[in-house]
Every structure is written in structure tokens, then in C-alpha cells.
Design a binder for this molecule. Structure first.
Ligand code: PLP
Length: 506
């Protein structure tokens, strides 16, 4: 290039100060301190409270009032607005750290898990591909090996992939099972087998499994329902006959789904016996352990999943009984080669290498439906790294013990009807103070649940058990005592009696 012809000036316009200000590290520190102080008081508040149920219109107005009206430029930072947003966020949630929370299966996370989740949000390392999430993917491998010590598969032969929730894990496992049994469906949308593809599930299976059947095009009429016993467990003795009848109807059952901890009763299907049946018929056995797989880490409770090493796949929600923020689910496969079977496709050119190197072997993009996925494993791995397995075992054992004690309390209350001896941390019962018809019992439980929720002191759930509504407590908080449970029963009794009095007047 001659001296008379200088290179063109490189054009670059510096970002505006207002844009840079939003990324300012010192502001980040100030924001974090504001938020941390508020969360610390939130965690320290052990008062009994459930949920402050807001009117959606009022809440939308309150939320809108916190929004900047600036539309032309980037608004200047307002620390008070941030504090108010956090306060509103905390106040309108189910108070999962309070002893009044007895209602759902997600946990008040171990605070450290929240801290690591926060790190994940700042460093933003999506974890489907090794180059984007090196430590998360490494931690996934480590956690898979750590947890497999409790499952018992041959090291190096099994696989694990994280998914955004148990529902997605169940769908993914069923896809893998379906694709193995019906190889023509993925490529050509057709199956030339012995019969029409079907799955067999217990009557109390989680709706994500039956919904997955719909997604897979199996059809609701091809879901073979397996009868359960009084405890809500699949009656294994009756399964061979039901499967044989399904076969006679032209169905080809390719997957049997057992639950390790049903949603309603927390009941554990007899995995060992079901595995024998599945193996004899060449059927994939999927265990939905979204709720109860965590019991595997406890020496005292592991026996509930006897036979788990014979399953083909296992769903394990860590955001339930491993006490990390939702969602964090681990989907295990006994045979590693089954893991990529769910999504048989060539990855897009922008994420896959034509000449794969050693790092590509650590990519998970071919095994999960998500392309961009949160580094879900990090809170779990960090807790495991910092505290070891005993943190989980101790808490789970404590919760199951308290649930058994609550059941004992219930047995001494003649106006309450316990529905089962709890196998985990879930307990279902009905308020039934006197002779009332089944219809009335059903409606009464639903109305009690709603009124208790409105009262704002306790948060419990409602579920149908054998066709009639029941009250359901799920003990996720180790600060809940039998005294709190007695307080809940007193509230249920008071609400129930008021509703019955009102009914009598009408
Ligand atoms: C037995 C069982 N399976 C699956 C699920 C769905 O899990 P998730 O809520 O993580 O999608 C649940 C949730 O309650 C469950 O109890």
C-alpha cells in the first residue's frame, strides 16, 4: 500500500455510558448486597406462614408500578426499585422455608445451592456442549458416578443426562424406549411390529408419563393401566395377566413404567418384581423416581427401590428431595448406548464438528431435547462437594421420620381418616368428623384445602385417592415438627367445621 493511500479508518463507535453502566461490576456488587441482605432476613424468618395469595389484577398493578416509565433511553439505576422487586418476589411466593410449607414436592433449597445458581446466572455456561459448559459437564459426569454408587450399574457402561424437570426426563426416556422398540418410527413414521406400540403404567402414575404417551402418538387408549393395591403400589402378581390381555388386543407394550414414589401417596412400586416381568417379555423398564429416587442415598431407606439396578432408565429429580433449586433432573440409562436413542438426528452444523475431537465426546446435545440448557447440575454438585452425601441422607431420613410421626398423631384423632402408612415424606388423609356422604367428603377436602391456603398460615395440597379427594402434606422442611402438624390439624378442623355448619344452614 502506497504512502499516499492510508488504510481506511477502522470504524467503531464506543457504547454509550448508560449501556456500560448496566454492566458495571461495582453496581453488580451493590445489587448483590441489597438482594443478599433481604434474602438473609427471609431465611431467618421461621414464622408459620403459607402463601399470600394475591389477586392477579392487583399483583399486575403492583408489578407495573415498579417498572420504569423510561422508553427512549436506558433508565438510570434505582436501587430502591430493585429492593421493592425483590420484596414483592419473596412476599408473593409459597414460603418454602417456613414450617407452614407442607404442600408441594419442590424444596426450600439449601441456601448454598442458591448461591451457586446465582454464579451460574452470572457466568452463563449453558451445558449441552462441552465447550460452553466445561465444569458443569464435568460435574454431571462426576455426579453420575457418585449417584450410581447407590444404583449399582457397571461403571463406564451407563449414562446420565440432565433435563429441565422430571416430566421432560420421562418423555425423553419413553422416546428412547419407543425408538429402540420401533426403529422405523423416527425415520419413516411407521412401525412394522407385532402390534400397535403401547406402554404399561400403574394407575397412580404421574400425568407427565401419560402425557408423554400422547406426545409420542401412542394414544390414550393404548396406555395399559396396571392395577394397584391398597397401598397404591402396582400389584405385580396381576401384571402378567394384564399384559397378556393387552397383547391379545393387538397391543405391543414396549415399556413398563414403575413409580418410585407416586405423586399422590409417595408409594413405591415393587421394582424388583416388575423388572423380572419386563425382562421376561423383553420390555424396557423405566422407573419414574422423580420423587423417591433420592431415598437411594440413605442406608436406611434404599430398600424401597430394591431392584433398581435392573431398570433400563431412571428419572431422578434433585429439585425435590435433594433440595436444590428447580429444575434439576437427572435421567439415567443402564446402557450408555440407549442415551442417544431418544433423539436420533444429526446435530446442526453450528454445534457439531465434522472432525470431532476428544472434547466432543463430552457433548450432551444429542441426548437432551434442549439445545441451550441451564447448568442444572452445579447446585447439586457443589452441595455434594461441600457437605458430602450425609447432608441429603440425614435430611431425607429426618423428613420421612417426621412424616411417620405425623401419621402416628393422625391415628390418635378420631375425626381424621389416615389413608396410608407413609413410605416417604408424603401423607394423605381426610377430615371426616361424622357420617357424611362420599360426595360431601370429596367436596369438603377440596374446600378445606382452598380455605387453609387463603388463611395464609399453612400451605398443603389436595389429591384424589381412590377417586375421592384427600388432603396431602409433603414434608420438605426439616424445621416442621409434629407440633406444627397438630396446629395444621387444628386449623383443618376449624375450617372444616365452619364449612359443614355453613352447609347445614343452606
Ligand atoms: C412421580 C413424579 N413424576 C414426575 C413428576 C414431574 O416432575 P417435574 O415437576 O420435575 O416435571 C412429578 C412431579 O411432581 C412426580 O411426582
Amino acid at each position: 500500500m502506497s504512502e499516499e493511500c492510508p488504510p481506511p479508518a477502522i470504524l467503531w463507535t464506543a457504547p454509550k455510558d448508560s449501556l456500560r453502566a448496566a454492566f458495571e461490576p461495582s453496581l453488580f456488587r451493590r445489587n448483590s448486597e441489597t438482594v443478599t441482605a433481604r434474602l438473609e432476613s427471609h431465611l431467618a424468618d421461621l414464622s408459620v406462614r403459607g402463601l399470600e395469595l394475591a389477586d392477579p389484577g392487583d399483583l399486575a398493578r403492583a408489578a407495573r408500578a415498579l417498572m420504569t416509565t423510561e422508553r427512549d433511553g436506558i433508565a438510570g439505576f434505582d436501587e430502591k426499585r430493585l429492593a421493592a422487586i425483590v420484596d414483592l418476589y419473596v412476599r408473593t411466593g409459597i414460603q418454602v422455608h417456613s414450617p407452614g410449607y407442607m404442600g408441594r414436592q419442590f424444596s426450600g433449597a439449601v441456601p448454598l445451592a442458591g448461591v451457586i445458581d446465582f454464579v451460574g446466572s452470572v457466568v452463563n455456561q449453558p451445558s449441552s456442549y462441552y465447550e460452553a459448559g466445561q465444569l458443569p459437564i464435568t460435574a454431571e459426569r462426576i455426579m453420575a458416578e457418585e449417584l450410581n454408587r447407590f444404583i449399582g450399574w457397571e461403571p463406564g457402561r451407563f449414562a446420565m443426562v440432565t433435563t429441565s424437570g422430571g416430566s421432560l426426563a420421562n418423555l425423553t426416556a419413553l422416546l428412547a424406549a419407543r425408538n429402540r422398540a420401533c426403529p422405523g418410527i423416527w425415520a419413516r413414521g411407521e412401525h412394522r411390529g407385532r402390534g400397535r406400540p403401547a406402554i404399561a403404567v400403574g394407575e397412580d402414575v404421574h400425568y407427565s408419563v401419560t402425557r408423554a404417551a400422547g406426545v409420542l402418538g401412542i394414544g390414550e387408549t393404548r396406555i395399559v393401566r396396571l392395577p394397584v393395591d391398597r397401598r397404591g403400589r402396582i400389584a405385580a402378581r396381576r401384571v402378567p395377566r394384564v399384559l397378556a390381555a393387552a397383547e391379545r388386543r393387538g397391543l405391543e407394550v414396549f415399556c413398563l413404567v414403575a413409580s418410585a414414589g407416586t405423586t399422590a401417596l409417595g408409594a413405591f412400586d415393587p421394582i424388583d418384581e416388575l423388572a423380572g416381568i419386563a425382562a421376561r417379555r423383553g420390555i424396557w423398564l423405566h422407573v419414574d423416581g422423580a420423587h423417591g429416587a433420592s431415598l437411594l442415598v440413605s442406608d436406611a431407606l434404599r430398600h424401597r427401590l430394591r431392584g433398581i439396578e435392573k431398570a433400563d432408565s431412571l428419572t431422578w429429580d434433585a429439585h425435590k428431595l435433594m433440595f436444590v433449586p428447580a429444575p434439576c433432573t437427572l435421567l439415567f440409562y443402564r446402557n450408555a448406548q440407549d442415551a442417544p436413542g431418544a433423539f436420533r438426528h444429526r446435530a446442526a452444523s453450528y454445534v457439531s464438528d465434522e472432525e470431532p475431537d476428544a472434547h466432543c465426546a463430552f457433548d450432551n446435545g444429542d441426548k437432551n431435547v434442549e439445545c441451550t440448557k441451564r447448568p442444572l447440575i452445579m447446585p447439586l454438585w457443589t452441595l455434594w462437594a461441600m457437605y458430602g452425601p450425609a447432608l441429603f441422607a440425614e435430611k431425607i431420613e429426618h423428613l420421612c421420620r417426621t412424616t411417620a410421626e405425623a401419621h402416628h398423631v393422625l391415628l390418635g384423632e378420631s375425626d381424621f381418616e389416615p389413608l396410608h402408612a407413609p413410605e416417604s415424606n408424603i401423607l394423605c388423609f381426610r377430615y371426616r368428623p361424622r357420617e357424611i356422604g362420599e360426595d360431601q367428603v370429596h367436596r369438603l377436602q377440596s374446600r378445606i384445602r382452598k380455605q387453609v391456603r387463603l388463611g395464609g398460615r399453612f400451605f398443603i395440597s389436595k389429591v384424589d385417592v381412590r377417586g375421592t379427594a384427600a388432603l396431602r402434606v409433603v414434608l420438605m422442611n426439616h424445621e416442621v415438627t409434629t407440633e406444627h402438624f397438630r396446629m395444621l390439624l387444628a386449623e383443618v378442623r376449624s375450617v372444616g367445621d365452619r364449612l359443614l355448619r355453613e352447609d347445614a344452614l343452606h
